[in-house]
Design a protein around this ligand. Structure first.
Ligand code: BES
Ligand code: MN
Length: 459
């Protein structure tokens, strides 16, 4: 078995790997909206076929209440090898707003060093990097057993995955879970993530008059639901950017001085970085925490969508009957999504005026997760990254959420190694999502090296 042979295989097959990634990206497997059911099925079957083509065993598409899970195994070429469970998701976020894409979201296009398409980085690119790294290593002699779990509900909070894991504990038994759905700090900064935020998601609906009203005839006697909603939303933060829901910070685990010092040493100027990445005129948020702390280790409340009244061209003088906001909280240890839902209800009960009626939908959420750094999996990945990039990885917390990490810890007692090869300017969830191809290729290399390093570390 030789790493060199596997790396050569990677080099020689790059064009095919890119073509395969493009084929997967052409399938609009959006999990959120109900109109993509057949695309979801197509993507799941495509992944299963790709696994079969590389020689995987026990490949199956497991149905769930919503979107199926794809499973497959690649056995090690020798007995007594440790097992790496590789997690991925084939679903993607909606491509909206469509008008802002330079090329259509499901027509993958290479411009310069980047491949543009919805899901290019989050995470079909990472899924294909994993599959192809395993294919290459298998060609040279796979030093670890591999199990793949590629699900289709991550972008809606993985509501059916916990059930699948609980029903297949034995099948999923492994020594480590490799999860490449996080990102890296920059093309020269390999990164291992040890913390993710959780999520609590809500839809708040405010009802006013029984139907839309002429704003001249009725303006002055009814409380406009758009205004009432705006007032409620405005009260959810204080002037320092702190969330005002009762008890919201009670369970927030403080950041230790040691961790604050470590996070302050990440290799970039956070103020400049966030200004440049976002294009805002000035940063905002809790003043006593740094931007890295605020995005990784502090909870937030965000308005993700707003709707009310007339929003088409021109003017229409109307008091809408209805207003709606989509709201989500990013959670940190040890906040509980269900408790946060109660806190939001308590806030609304205390502050909603009696001039309107409100309804709150609590959608699927997930708690935050932390993974250990002092494990054979992390050591093996660090070693693989050092060999690939010529430098040690950085360790950070990420603000995004990946529900499976906590589910695997709770149900299987299995810890994850979190990484990824997407860059901060990959436009995840936004128009013109893209994948930096040179980094993607380095990522495959690092994964191949990881398999060999882990076989030794776990021996
Ligand atoms: N890959 C992301 C999460 C992520 C992004 C982790 C950047 C680390 C760095 C994942 O696909 C995602 O977007 N998850 C959703 C989950 C949610 C719907 C429960 C998220 O964070 O919004
Ligand atoms: Mn995502």
């Amino acid at each position: 078995m030789s790493i060199e042979q596997a790396l050569t295989y990677l080099q020689t097959h790059q064009d095919r790997f890119l073509a395969e990634l493009e084929a997967l990206l052409r399938i609009p497997s959006v999990s959120t909206t109900p109109d993509h059911g057949s695309d979801i099925a197509r993507a799941a079957n495509w992944v299963a076929d790709n696994l079969r083509a590389m020689g995987a065993r026990r490949v199956a598409v497991y149905p769930t209440a919503r979107h199926p899970v794809v499973y497959g195994e690649m056995p090690a070429s020798r007995p007594d090898a440790p097992t790496v469970l590789i997690y991925g998701h084939y679903d993607v976020q909606p491509p909206d707003p469509l008008g802002l894409w330079e090329t259509p979201p499901f027509e993958p296009t290479v411009r310069g060093e980047r491949l543009y398409a919805r899901g290019a980085t989050d995470m079909k690119g990472q899924v294909m990097a994993s599959l192809k790294a395993v294919e290459a290593a298998a060609h040279a002699g796979l030093p670890v057993n591999i199990k793949f779990v590629i699900e289709g509900e991550e972008e809606i909070g993985s509501p059916d995955l916990a059930g699948f894991i609980a029903d297949h504990k034995e099948m999923l038994a492994a020594d480590v879970c490799l999860n490449p759905d996080a990102g890296m700090l920059g093309p020269d900064w390999p990164t291992i993530t040890y913390g993710l935020r959780g999520l609590a998601y809500f839809e708040l609906r405010v009802y006013g008059p029984a139907h839309d009203l002429h704003s001249g005839i009725y303006g002055g006697v009814v409380h406009n639901p758009a205004q009432a909603l705006a007032e409620l939303l405005a009260g959810m933060h204080d002037e320092h950017g702190r969330v005002t829901l009762p008890g919201f910070y009670d369970k927030v685990r403080p950041i230790s001085e040691e961790e604050r010092r470590a996070l302050a040493q990440l290799p970039f100027d956070p103020e400049a970085f966030y200004l440049q990445q976002t294009g805002v005129p000035k940063l905002w948020g809790e003043p006593e925490y740094t931007p890295v702390e605020r995005t990784g280790a502090r909870p937030t409340l965000e308005i993700n969508g707003l709707y009310s009244g007339y929003i088409a061209e021109g003017a229409k003088t109307v008091i809408p009957s209805y207003a709606m906001a989509k709201i989500s909280c990013r959670l940190v240890p040890d906040q509980d999504p269900e408790e946060v839902a109660e806190q939001l209800k308590a806030y609304l009960t205390a502050h909603a005026p009696d001039t309107i009626r409100w309804e709150l939908d609590v959608m699927d959420g997930a708690p935050a997760s932390m993974t250990s750094l002092n494990t054979p999996g992390v050591q093996a990945l660090a070693q693989a990254m050092q060999a690939t990039w010529g430098r040690k990885p950085f360790y950070r917390r990420e603000g995004g959420s990946i529900p499976v990490v906590g589910q695997m810890q709770q149900i299987l007692g299995l810890d994850s190694v979190l990484t990824g090869f997407g860059l901060p300017d990959a436009n995840l969830h936004a128009p013109n999502e893209n994948l930096h191809l040179p980094t993607w290729r380095k990522g495959m290399e690092a994964l191949v090296r990881f398999f060999y390093a882990f076989a030794e570390a776990a021996a």
